[in-house]
Design a binder for this molecule. Sequence first.
Ligand code: CP
Ligand code: NVA
Length: 328
Amino acid sequence: MINLKGRDFLKLLDYTTEEIEYLIELAADFKAKKKAGIPHKLHEGKNIALIFEKTSTRTRCAFEVAAMDLGMGVTYLDPTGSQIGKKETIADTARVLSGMYEGIEYRGFGQEIVEELAKYSKVPVWNGLTNEFHPTQILADMLTVKEKLGRLRGVNFVYMGDARFNMGNSLMVGCAKLGLNFTACAPLKYFPDETLIDECEKIAAKTGATLRFETDPMKATAGADVIYTDVWVSMGEPAEVWRERITELSPYAVTERIMANTAEGSIFMHCLPAFHDLGTTIGKEIGEKFGLTSMEVEDSVFESEKSVVFDEAENRMHTIKAVIAATV
Ligand code: CP
Ligand code: NVA
């Protein structure tokens, strides 16, 4: 019997395969209940705090709706609206908030900050994205793969682009834990950190997962079941890196040619937000500056039948609900 009460959710490395599978199943159950209109206010009268030192649409809304569906109250602390880091340390913030709330979500910069928050908090702390990891996103992604492909084990999963930041790292860990065949497809310098690769290799040896690091997009994507990408410049990185990223990662953009190289029934995934057209301020500015109409994914792929990006976005809510419900 799996019991996660009181546990933090900081990175998937802290969870066993069975615990992660349990959270995905719990999320599927909550999703079915929500669709059927069956109330599930399991934590009525409790409250959670959401700390965002970086902006968000999905993660914030997912935590808020999930908490409200569970009967909980929510306080949102935006990147400018609290004392955190400016007048008050993370350790003091943890002790203040854990006296008032039953759980704390944190989105920000280094993984050490969320780990510090958890160290001083008496209530569960959930990682809503750091530079290194984005664990709640992976639960949503894996639920989506399971729904669309009917399985996780043995799925050929290819991540294209900057594989050394939060999404590349977390997807590699998630695939290793859940027995998928993970390929990072990027230039050498964008591969995940050696220490993390070693750790994932050890996990993979037990779960039957495989890890592969490939610089050639056509070799990497041949027969893939899932093609996943993320933005080339992440939140918190300086604007100056755009030029280098575009030069180095353009061959790794997800195009129709790439998708045509994949297995029958393959899907396209992206954690979002995505630069698939010039419909945003930054997309327009960067696109015009570098003569591009899209970046990490072509608009025709993003809008294609194979694209499951909005299912993934919805699943953020069901999976985050599972994390809150299980740990509070
Ligand atoms: N995928 C994701 O974390 O989206 P937000 O930045 O909108 O929360
Ligand atoms: N790598 C991206 C993920 C956004 C969900 C970022 O950190 O900005």
